[in-house]
Write a protein that binds this ligand. Structure first.
Ligand SMILES: Cc1cc2nc3c(=O)[nH]c(=O)nc-3n(C[C@H](O)[C@H](O)[C@H](O)COP(=O)(O)O)c2cc1C
Length: 182
């Protein structure tokens, strides 16, 4: 798949089954993330891989967060079952530091670009994925579970695996309403 085809056709896949990327394919995904634009070469990212049995521990953490935040039963259920929707989840943390030239938002933007690059590296290798988030990303228990320090942000949970069904193709969008010339 050439780069432009990938960029123009990228879709998320929510129904993901085994196998998850491993070995060189997984390394490629992390390396692609680490090629995200990075002002000041701060490498403001951490990637925490959750797979196999660890997904159940992840579910426990999400459930604890839901209970802490007084979420209803449907959210509690989603917390328990969500992590089992894919064989692998990569938690991407923006690992931010105080910097005189690189504000916090730029570091979060870098880590966010990493998620996008990782998803595309997965697709390029015939895997699939979907970037998920939710209130959990800001919950104290979840943040602690993934080692977040005060300035850190969880930018997403990248669910990865093999797509059970190929996502429908996208139509080329009309760019006109979104573009102007200054
Ligand atoms: C920061 C961020 C958080 C997201 N969180 C969720 C989420 O929690 N649940 C969800 O279904 N989609 C979420 N999405 C959207 C999906 O990743 C995906 O982009 C969307 O379903 C559209 O599908 P497409 O990527 O194939 O166009 C999020 C996207 C971003 C950028």
């Amino acid at each position: 798949m050439d780069a432009l085809t990938l960029l123009l056709n990228r879709r998320s896949a929510s129904r993901l089954v085994e196998p998850a990327p491993s070995g060189e394919a997984l390394q490629n995904i992390i390396r692609a993330g680490m090629r995200a634009p990075d002002h000041g070469t701060l490498e403001p990212w951490r990637f925490i891989i959750v797979e196999g049995e660890a997904r159940h521990r992840f579910a426990e953490v999400l459930l604890k967060a839901a209970l802490e935040e007084g979420k209803d039963e449907s959210v509690q259920e989603k917390s328990k079952t969500g992590p089992l929707r894919a064989p692998m989840i990569i938690v991407v943390v923006a690992h931010c530091t105080e910097h005189p030239k690189v504000p916090h938002w730029e570091q979060v933007a870098s880590a966010s670009c990493a998620v996008q690059a990782m998803q595309m590296a997965a697709v390029a290798q015939d895997f699939g994925g979907i970037w998920r988030s939710g209130f959990w990303t800001e919950n104290k228990t979840v943040r602690e579970a993934f080692g977040c320090r005060e300035l850190d942000e969880i930018v997403g949970f990248l669910y990865l695996g093999t797509p059970q069904v190929q996502p429908a193709k996208v139509k080329a969008p009309d760019t006109t309403p979104f573009v102007s010339y200054f």
